[in-house]
Write a protein that binds this ligand. Sequence first.
Ligand SMILES: *[C@@H]1O[C@H](CO)[C@@H](O)[C@H](O)[C@H]1NC(C)=O
Ligand SMILES: *[C@@H]1O[C@H](CO)[C@@H](O)[C@H](O)[C@H]1NC(C)=O
Ligand SMILES: *[C@@H]1O[C@H](CO)[C@@H](O)[C@H](O)[C@H]1NC(C)=O
Length: 400
Amino acid sequence: MCLLDRERESSEEIHHFKMKLLSVIILLLAIAAAYYIYIPLPSTICEPWKLMVLDATFRAVVKMGDVAHALGLSHSVHVINSAIISFESLVPITHKEIRIEDILFDGIRVRVYHPPGQEGKLRRAVMFIHGELGSYDSLCRQMSADLDAVVVTVDYRMAPEVHFPVQYEECVQAAEYFLRPEVLAQFSVDPERVAIGTDNSTSVKFKLQVLIYPVLQALDFNTASYQQNQDVPILYRRLMARFWLEYLGADPELVNPIMMNNHTALDQIQLSQNLAKLNWTNLLPKQLKKHYKPVFPSTGSPNILKDVPGLLDARAAPLLAEDEVLRKAPRAYVMTGEHDVLRDDGMMYARRLELAGVSVTNEHYQDGFHGCVTFAFWPCHFSVGIRVVQNYIMWLDKYL
Ligand SMILES: *[C@@H]1O[C@H](CO)[C@@H](O)[C@H](O)[C@H]1NC(C)=O
Ligand SMILES: *[C@@H]1O[C@H](CO)[C@@H](O)[C@H](O)[C@H]1NC(C)=O
Ligand SMILES: *[C@@H]1O[C@H](CO)[C@@H](O)[C@H](O)[C@H]1NC(C)=O
């Protein structure tokens, strides 16, 4: 009896101990997860916890990409792109009435979204440029439905397969093809009412340009917004600098010197004629600059600008375009987010366009972060993403 009791007691103790151990492990895992997920965020960000979870996921994806890359399994950019695509595929298809057609424009793959209704009726059109066929599908369907417009997305090839200027040239090629009178007629598009969701539109006649938190320059990685938002999710300053080098096909090791503006240090000869262009932050409103300290090192890393000429190419960095070029640009809509390293790229460009005499609407979101437009659709939505999409579609509806 006594023996049995003791046995029972000891097995209960073991059971007790196991349960305790389990709860300690769960607690430790929860702390580790919270530690990984928790990051301090500016108070003006709405839905901070949602952003933290999104950010932790994105950081994990970037890490996985780096590991896969180091092991030679896959290029890090492929891992990031496929994660974004599979994330977007969580969103159920809406606007099923929109007909989709995958075709070639002068050899370039494009997807055309056709709203339903009368054949032959002339419609407005939007050319939406963001690479990777099928990405931004919900957004394109919504644009097509809300505007009763033909929407074309261009599946230009991207890094690491190709580097600048191939991406740019393929987009221009597709745009020029689309704007041929006979092609517009084939798609029942009104030639007077075509907009483009990207930059350079000097060679082809677009009525409007819409830029959503655009990337416009790579000479200054220390603008006020780069300084203020360098650690704000999800587009960290370091990641943006990496993407630039990837886009231009440059050595990834250059990320540290360019983040310090060593490539545009004052001793870099090529820069003398570009110095005025470096000093763009004068174009920004004072209240945005806050504790901004300009970073113009007196000595830097020689040869970066020579080895990576794309850094000084206005086709890659439209903020470098001359006034005469900007003057010819169509009416513009520029969306910027306060919590985005690229905020000042967009704001400085909007201001330059305005000074060049182009009509500009700069819609600035105090709670905007880079990527929010991808998160405008249930169940992966942020309120700011929904507002941005509604407002820019409203703007297009008004001016297109
Ligand atoms: C940038 O412009 C400001 C104001 O115009 C001027 O004070 C400053 O010296 C300039 N900086 C450089 C590096 O040219
Ligand atoms: C930036 O340039 C300075 C001066 O040439 C150099 O000492 C420093 O190592 C460079 N920084 C990086 C990260 O390359
Ligand atoms: C825009 O494109 C045209 C034609 O491709 C080119 O000649 C021009 O330099 C480009 N302008 C800018 C600012 O990139």
